[in-house]
Design a protein around this ligand. Structure first.
Ligand code: IPE
Ligand code: IPE
Ligand code: MG
Length: 229
């Protein structure tokens, strides 16, 4: 039996704590975190994932010290520049969700170039959430519907993005931190203790296997129980 593909979203948390545990500066954790992104993207198609959304930088993360923010932006630009070729070769379409108007110009240019170079790729859609706030996205999508426009669920869903099947957050916190609030309406949620820099292909495989063992009811009653009524 062929398995259906799924949309997995990951809150990549714990870079700072990974570094602190080792007496390293926080940026060392972010650097290691970029390696974990590469591993995860590589493993995703083999797990039956067709859309992978990664939370890289929230709109609230601007509240961090400028040195850390600058270092994250630099890493993000380097990641885009280094990975674009590999993404294109492996059929990975890369796109970035969130605001662009507050990002450094060099990052905006790297995003445009990566999105353009991978536009036609169809194996995996990798969406990186940068300067992202789910509440802001919902307001934006609602505004796009217009005052007298189409205010249906479908219109709002089309405005924000695809529903999430499996949401993973690393490093022990059990909260969404303004990530994909609308899209996670029926997401299965997995909170794991491992810090993001240590996340690997095996963790992703285990997470998807767990997801596939879940019975998703979407409010209904499962078929066998209906029959046994
Ligand atoms: C996630 O790791 C990466 C970003 C938010 C940019 P953190 O930097 O939040 O790591 P912790 O939570 O402080 O360990
Ligand atoms: C959420 O993590 C944002 C990202 C992982 C990019 P945070 O570490 O910023 O979230 P809080 O502050 O613990 O809720
Ligand atoms: Mg954190």
């Amino acid at each position: 039996m062929t398995q259906s593909t799924c949309h997995v979203a990951i809150i990549m948390d714990g870079n700072g704590r990974w570094a602190a545990d080792r007496g390293l500066p926080r940026i060392a954790g972010h650097r290691k975190g970029a390696d974990a992104v590469r591993r995860t993207v590589e493993a995703a198609p083999g797990c039956g994932i067709d859309v992978l959304t990664l939370y890289a930088f929230s709109s609230d993360n601007w509240r961090r010290p400028p040195e850390e923010v600058n270092a994250i932006m630099r890493l993000f630009r380097i990641y885009l520049e280094q990975e674009v070729e590999r993404c294109a070769a492996n059929g990975v379409r890369l796109s970035v969700i969130g605001r662009r108007d507050r990002l450094p110009a060099s990052v905006v240019a790297a995003i445009a170039s990566a999105e353009g170079a991978t536009r036609d790729c169809g194996v995996l859609h990798l969406r990186l959430a940068v300067d992202y706030s789910s509440r802001d996205e919902m307001v934006r999508a609602a505004r796009a519907c217009g005052v007298s426009g189409d205010w249906s669920r479908e219109a709002l869903s089309a405005g924000v993005g695809p529903d999430v099947d499996l949401l993973i957050r690393t490093s022990g916190e059990r909260r969404l931190s303004d990530f994909l609030l609308w899209e996670c309406a029926y997401a299965e949620m997995l909170f794991i203790e491992r810090r993001w820099p240590e996340f690997g292909a095996r963790d992703l495989e285990d997470a998807v296997a767990w997801f596939r063992s879940r019975e998703r009811r979407f409010g209904a009653i499962p078929e066998p129980r209906l029959a046994a009524r």
